[in-house]
Design a protein around this ligand. Structure first.
Ligand SMILES: [Zn+2]
Length: 309
């Protein structure tokens, strides 16, 4: 039962809130770095860039990518999210390399941390804000069944844990006087950010290269087709082949051949085609099937590679 709160807290509004909160945390954490001169806190501020990227990515997913197909983009706009995640991945990697550079310099020339109290207070305040938002988003993600919201909430939660690690590190530096610990914490955070960045770029490249559907989904498709395939003795009446799949964001596509006796009327063949299409679409949510009808003894060939030479 949707309450008035969930009606108001749409994925789009929450993701916009997430962009604003990310900007606030970046500001607070940058301020924390400025007053303390701790590279650990600087890395924590950069980590918030990942949140900003993730929130923008989510917004792209629920707005541009969700736009219905139009004349210029008859297959839809689902790949918009790959541009977004690819670009964000590059930004994040640059930020992480910047942190490593700064931290290595700091390791060679350790500096005392100043105004630790203020720095930690700012960092804890922005983490509390992140934690609160993540909690609201997780609840809303469940009610709206939104992948974009859930992914963003997960990023926020990771960020809260990273910040906790940084805060503990800085407190330790303060009590023990181990100045080297600050840049070491920063490098640890930077490596984590690098990992996130590469993951985003990898994801985009796979999406742009028409990656096949997941093996489980392929198995479901094959099972559904097997349910329609029929044969009399050794002779196949209905046969499926040339099954290929691809993915564009949340949208999934399958192309296949359906071979049937040449003597069938077009009406009969079309009726079977419709039921296969419907069975596929209900077995795999978000699937678009395009089915080519062919007589049993005729094969359609594609010479893709030869074409392009
Ligand atoms: Zn075929």
């Amino acid at each position: 039962m949707p309450t008035s709160a969930t009606r108001f807290l749409t994925p789009q509004r929450l993701l916009m809130a997430s962009v604003v909160v990310a900007l606030i945390t970046i500001t607070l954490k940058t301020l924390a770095w400025y007053v303390t001169d701790s590279v650990g806190l600087l890395s924590d501020a950069m980590e918030s860039l990942v949140n900003l990227a993730s929130a923008i990515f989510g917004l792209v997913m629920v707005t541009i990518a969700a736009r219905p197909a139009d004349d210029d983009h008859p297959y839809g706009h689902h790949k918009a999210e790959y541009f977004s995640s690819g670009f964000e991945g590059i930004l994040i990697i640059v930020a992480a390399l910047g942190i490593v550079w700064t931290a290595v310099h700091r390791l060679l020339d350790p500096q005392p941390i100043e105004q630790v109290g203020w720095g930690l207070a700012l960092s804890v305040a922005s983490s509390a804000l992140n934690g609160l938002l993540a909690w609201v988003m997780f609840r809303a993600a469940k009610e709206h069944r939104s992948i974009a919201l859930e992914a963003d909430a997960k990023h926020l939660t990771t960020d809260v844990w990273t910040s906790a690690g940084v805060v503990i590190g800085i407190a330790l530096v303060h009590y023990t006087g181990w100045l080297w610990l600050d840049p070491v914490v920063a490098i640890g955070v930077a490596l984590n950010i690098l990992k996130e960045g590469f993951h985003l770029i990898w994801r985009s490249s796979q999406g742009l290269m028409d990656e096949a559907l997941e093996p489980e989904v392929m198995a479901t498709i094959q099972q559904t087709l097997d349910g329609f395939a029929s044969q009399r003795g050794e002779v196949a009446i209905i046969r499926f082949d040339h099954v290929s799949t691809r993915k564009a964001g949340q949208r999934r596509f399958v192309d296949l051949h359906m071979h049937m006796p040449a003597s069938w009327t077009l009406g009969r063949a079309a009726a079977v085609r419709v039921s296969v299409e419907q069975a596929l679409m209900s077995a795999v949510p978000g699937l678009r099937a395009s089915i080519q009808l062919l007589p049993s003894d005729v094969e359609a060939h594609f010479f893709d590679e030869a074409d392009l030479k």
